[in-house]
Structures are given as structure tokens and as C-alpha cells.
Design a protein around this ligand. Structure first.
Ligand SMILES: N[C@@H](CCC(=O)N[C@@H](CS)C(=O)NCC(=O)O)C(=O)O
Length: 207
């Protein structure tokens, strides 16, 4: 039997992983860590030497990197159709958008937030105008990034866009709001958020 252990913190990118776990319907154990303490302790550094969350242990093998974890989970539940068939052009497009969000988009927003943008020809993220044109071209008037159904690409992109709009790092254009708003209403997203919100509340009470 498959065993999945999810290492997490409710105020982190792990919320994206939890949403994905909930979409798959697979059972999982969770280990909730604290920043700076248990996340940097030898026990957890043996799981992820980066001392960061999320991480997923799958039958004794560790997968880190949110995008890799989400793609892997999509493969573990093929009946949910969260990834198009292996080798199909649509599968390639899914990889494209998950990695575009996890790579250029995240890196650009983090660099800009900290006032450290690199020259656009060197940086994998290029520049803001090109990034926004690419995103708007993919999302304007559409509800799905790939084909006509919800995939892991929509999960990853909607989670990121929703978060960046909430913290004021992305202007809430009508396309972005409609797209993220639609997918964030999915029952699995709501279950995931409810679990993380409960973890936050429990910590506030015990503090
Ligand atoms: N590239 C990693 C980034 C993970 C990451 O930076 N996680 C943050 C939380 S959102 C973290 O664990 N920070 C704690 C620390 O670095 O001490 C991924 O995409 O999973």
C-alpha cells in the first residue's frame, strides 16, 4: 500500500500541495513543522536538506519542490484526470504552465518584492511586460490553461495568482480574478484551506 507523508506549515506554499492532495483523494499523514526550529532540526534536514516545506515522502522516497510534488501526485491518481495522457501535446502544455508558474513567475515576483531584479536577458523570468503578456494571453477569456478541463496546471496557477493578488504583488485584472476565483472555489481547495485555517487557529489558541 502506498504511504504518503506530507511535511507542511499552514503559512506556506504547502497550501498548494495540500490542495493537490485533496484533489487526488489519496490518504496521507501530515507532519506540521515550525519555521526556524523543527524545520531546521536534523530530523527534518534528513528529509529535506533545504529545511523548507513542502516535502512529500512517498514510500520512503522524498520528493521536494512544490511543482514536482503536484505533478507527481497528479500521476498517482490518473482517474482524476489532473494530467493529460503521457506523451500527449496537452501533457507537455501542462508541464509548461506548472513550471512557468513555479520558475519564472515566482522568481520574478520574489525578486521584485525584494528590489533585486536581474537584467531581463539574463534572468529566466525576462521582464514584467513579457511575463504579463504571456499570462494574459494564456488566461484572457479562458477558464482552463490546457484544453477544456481542470488540470494540475490550473491548480498551480490559480493558487499562485490568488496568493499574489491577495498580498498585493499582482494587479487584480478581471481575467486573473475570474480565473483564480473560479478554481479556488473547488471543494478540494476549500477542504485544504479549512484544514490549514484550523491548524492556524489551533496554534493561535495554544500560543
Ligand atoms: N522551491 C521550493 C521553495 C520552498 C520554500 O521556500 N518554502 C518556504 C515556505 S513558503 C519555507 O519553507 N521557508 C522556510 C525557510 O526557508 O526557513 C518549493 O517550491 O517547494
Amino acid at each position: 500500500m502506498t504511504t504518503l507523508t506530507f511535511y507542511t506549515h499552514p503559512f506556506s506554499r504547502s497550501r498548494v500541495t495540500r490542495w493537490m492532495l485533496e484533489e487526488t483523494g489519496l490518504p496521507y499523514d501530515e507532519v506540521v513543522l515550525d519555521f526556524a526550529t523543527t524545520m531546521k532540526a536534523p530530523e527534518y534536514l534528513a528529509v529535506n536538506p533545504m529545511g523548507k516545506v513542502p516535502a512529500l515522502r512517498h514510500d520512503g522516497v522524498v520528493v521536494t519542490e512544490n511543482a514536482a510534488i503536484c505533478l507527481h501526485l497528479a500521476e498517482l491518481a490518473p482517474e482524476k484526470g489532473l494530467l493529460p495522457p503521457p506523451g500527449s501535446p496537452e501533457r507537455g502544455a501542462c508541464y509548461r504552465w506548472v513550471l512557468f508558474a513555479a520558475g519564472p513567475l515566482e522568481a520574478f515576483i520574489t525578486a521584485r518584492r525584494h528590489g533585486a531584479l536581474a537584467p531581463s536577458t539574463e534572468a529566466g523570468y525576462g521582464n514584467e511586460a513579457d511575463l504579463m503578456r504571456t499570462l494574459e494571453g494564456a488566461l484572457a477569456g479562458r477558464t482552463h490553461l490546457v484544453g477544456e478541463r481542470f488540470t494540475v496546471a490550473d491548480l498551480y496557477m490559480a493558487a499562485l495568482l490568488g496568493y499574489y493578488m491577495r498580498i498585493g504583488e499582482l494587479a487584480p485584472t478581471p481575467w486573473f480574478e475570474a480565473y483564480a476565483g473560479l478554481h479556488l472555489q473547488r471543494p478540494a481547495a476549500q477542504r485544504a484551506n479549512a484544514r490549514d485555517d484550523a491548524l492556524v487557529a489551533a496554534r493561535a489558541e495554544s500560543a
